[in-house]
Design a protein around this ligand. Structure first.
Ligand code: PRT
Ligand code: MG
Length: 212
């Protein structure tokens, strides 16, 4: 049995067509059921539904043989104990630094002000500002980062942006691009060895689905 870890929402919406093309369409809609273990068209492949940020953990410990995770999530996790053989090029967006429209970020940085930065991506933010030599106090949030600068919790946020609608609606602007983001297929290294005969055709099918 091969177990694939996926999150609902954005990732499933965009991975669904790839799964179908790889012959692994789910037999039930994950958005319409409360089941967390779902069958696919292939009897030897099942899907488990987990939080987006938990996918690397399930695969690292071998509870799933493979999974789909955003590069944002993988950067925070660190990627230890994971192969990342394929960029699926789905759920794409950008990791950015954003501030209120009226905030002079360049001057604040130049003056060496100590910035308060709210984010879910503590590791990514720490690395980004350390590389620039900017002193920051990081405030860890679990969501709705866009709110933090509006109520005085932070000067800036590190967050994902796709269309930019959420930033605009909250009068925030992008001041730095940290990285382009997309989802990757991740594989447990022990599974890769022990289940190579079952996994190789699946990886092959995903590769074909992306190119097709
Ligand atoms: O919801 P949960 O806490 O379980 O996890 P999650 O919020 O991380 O999951 P989910 O499903 O929202 O996101 C899963 C993955 O999708 C992320 O890890 C990214 O790799 C990818 N992705 C792609 C995005 C976006 N685009 C995105 N735009 N994840 C989040 N957003 C959010 C962003 O944080 C911001 O609040 O959408 C808002 C901005 O969108 P725009 O279009 O208004 O700019
Ligand atoms: Mg979410």
């Amino acid at each position: 049995m091969i177990t694939l870890a996926l999150s609902k929402g954005r990732i499933y919406d965009e991975a669904g067509p790839l799964l179908a093309a790889a012959g692994l369409a789910l037999t039930e809609d994950p958005e319409a059921t409360r089941k967390l273990i779902l069958a696919t068209k292939r009897p030897d492949v099942r899907v488990i539904i987990v939080r987006a940020s938990d996918v690397p953990t399930y695969v690292q410990y071998g509870a799933a043989d493979l999974g789909v995770a955003g590069s944002d999530v993988l950067a925070e996790h660190g990627g230890q104990g994971l192969y990342q053989p394929l960029d699926l090029r789905i759920a794409r967006c950008r990791m950015v630094v954003a501030v209120p429209e009226g905030f002079d970020y360049a001057s604040a940085v130049k003056q060496g002000a100590r910035l308060r930065v709210a984010t879910k991506y503590i590791g990514t933010a720490r690395e980004h500002f350390a590389a620039k030599g900017v002193h920051v106090d990081l405030i860890h949030l679990y969501g709705s980062m866009e709110l933090a600068p509006l109520v005085g919790l932070a000067d800036a946020i590190v967050d994902l942006v796709d269309t930019g609608n959420t930033l605009r609606a909250n009068r925030l602007k992008v001041v730095e691009e940290i990285a382009p983001i997309s989802s990757r297929l991740v594989v447990n290294p022990a599974s890769m060895k022990l289940k190579r005969d079952e996994l190789a055709p699946i990886l092959e099918a995903f590769g074909k689905a992306i190119r097709g």
